[in-house]
Write a protein that binds this ligand. Structure first.
Ligand SMILES: [Zn+2]
Length: 108
């Protein structure tokens, strides 16, 4: 989380912001981060920085599977990981594990 804070505050400083109002994050659903824990951690880290009091907006991306048999990418249906086209069992794509800063909202 601290690298995130550094990235956000340095971007905001470059933009001449006095305050960061909100941070929009994209988080893969496979990350172990829990929204409540992130928000709590964030409030502590952001204390006395430009980001103090900023709202964390967290958007989860869905993981997808790839079927080698018919080259289809598909999101799993609940606990069913089979390919919807040919019912083969696909491989999990190496995504759904990211943490990206989509945008920030600032006041200058
Ligand atoms: Zn398939």
């Amino acid at each position: 989380m601290s690298y995130l804070l550094e990235a956000v505050t340095s971007t905001a400083a470059d933009l001449g912001a006095n305050k960061i109002l909100a941070i929009n994050l994209v988080v893969g659903e496979r990350t172990s981060l829990v929204d409540d824990a992130m928000t709590f951690c964030w409030d502590m880290l952001a204390h006395d920085t430009l980001a103090e009091g900023a709202t964390l907006n967290i958007r989860r991306t869905r993981m997808t599977f790839h079927c080698a048999g018919c080259a289809t990418d598909y999101p799993p249906e609940g606990a069913n990981f089979d390919c919807p086209s040919c019912q083969a069992i696909g491989q999990m794509n190496d995504d759904g594990n990211e943490l990206l800063i989509e945008s920030i909202e600032i006041r200058s």
